[in-house]
Design a protein around this ligand. Structure first.
Ligand SMILES: [Zn+2]
Length: 302
């Protein structure tokens, strides 16, 4: 979550029920930098247009967190209607959109997510005219590893009961182009009782937020000529131009690619995430440790 917040990366969490995916997603807004006044104004305007502001309410100061249910209609997610209203993607602007049970959303709803993820806004076509709403958010998606929830999660109590066909259908529900927009695709393991009892959080959100802010400042400075604000917004051209790997890191990457036969897109995603990890460590180049961590954060390959 710290890496996602620092680099503005979208996240997909895969894990069994009870692994704490929802809890993690809800923490994300608390470690993002506080909204600037311009951002507060923008969000308040959106909520006002949507009719979600009380009359006497001042500016909205907390980053939005929206978590629509998977039965949501395409209009409610993206926006629309006879008198066009902003959808959840716009209500999440400058904040976090959390989609739990990601593969259960309708295919059409998932496909229309691609535009805001790519452009940071949505176009809503009307008969008379075309409208555009801001929709720049961090997507946090969560899903079980399989329909029953326990694939490769055998814990002595639960066992996966899904057939091979069910597994394949489930895993194919999220299209490649959509997954391409999600830099971090991680496995969230279930903690057992002992781990839950003794693994207390040693840091507050405020401490993590300070590191996030410092890492973001480095990115703003590095990318100022491109008018980009975070690593996730870099395209291939910027990656080549700005991301510096040590020679050992370069070798590791080469070895990893040769052994797994990864695509150019996964190559770019790994480097973007490694760059964010290096920025959090205040390192001026990507070292093997940063790269190895970024590679680990891509457990679902494609
Ligand atoms: Zn299963």
């Amino acid at each position: 979550m710290e890496i996602a917040a620092a680099g503005g990366h979208n996240v997909l969490m895969v894990g069994a029920p009870g692994a704490g995916k929802t809890m993690l997603a809800r923490r994300l807004p608390t470690i993002l930098p506080k909204m600037s006044e311009a951002e507060q104004l923008e969000v308040s305007k959106i909520y006002s247009v949507a009719g979600l502001m009380a009359k006497q309410q001042g500016l909205i100061t907390d980053r939005p967190f929206c978590s629509p249910h998977h039965t949501i209609s395409q209009n409610a997610l993206i926006g629309g209607g006879r008198v066009p209203k902003p959808g959840q993607v716009t209500l999440s602007h400058n904040g976090v959109l959390f989609l739990d049970e990601f593969p259960e959303f309708s295919r059409s709803a998932l496909e229309v997510l691609r535009q805001p993820l790519e452009d940071g806004f949505v176009n809503i076509s009307r008969v008379q005219a075309s409208l555009s709403f801001p929709a720049n958010f961090i997507l946090v998606a969560a899903q079980n590893p399989c329909p029953c929830g326990y694939f490769q999660e055998e814990d002595g109590v639960h066992e996966c009961r899904c057939s091979q066909g069910e597994l394949e259908r489930y895993q194919k529900k999220i299209s490649g182009p959509l997954l391409d927009r999600i830099d971090l695709q991680i496995h969230v393991p279930r903690l057992n009782y002992q781990e839950l009892k003794y693994k207390r959080a040693s840091e507050t959100s405020a401490t993590i937020r300070d590191r996030v802010i410092a890492a973001r400042q480095i990115q703003v400075e590095r990318l100022k000529r491109e008018q980009l604000y975070c690593n996730s917004a870099m395209g291939h051209r910027e990656i080549v131009k700005y991301c510096r790997l040590t020679m050992q890191a370069e070798k590791l990457l080469e070895k990893f690619f040769a052994s797994l036969g990864l695509s150019a897109r996964s190559h770019d995603r790994i480097i973007k995430v490694a760059q964010t990890i290096a920025d959090l460590a205040k390192s001026d180049c990507i070292d093997t440790a940063h790269l190895a961590e970024a590679i680990q954060l891509r457990t679902r390959e494609g």
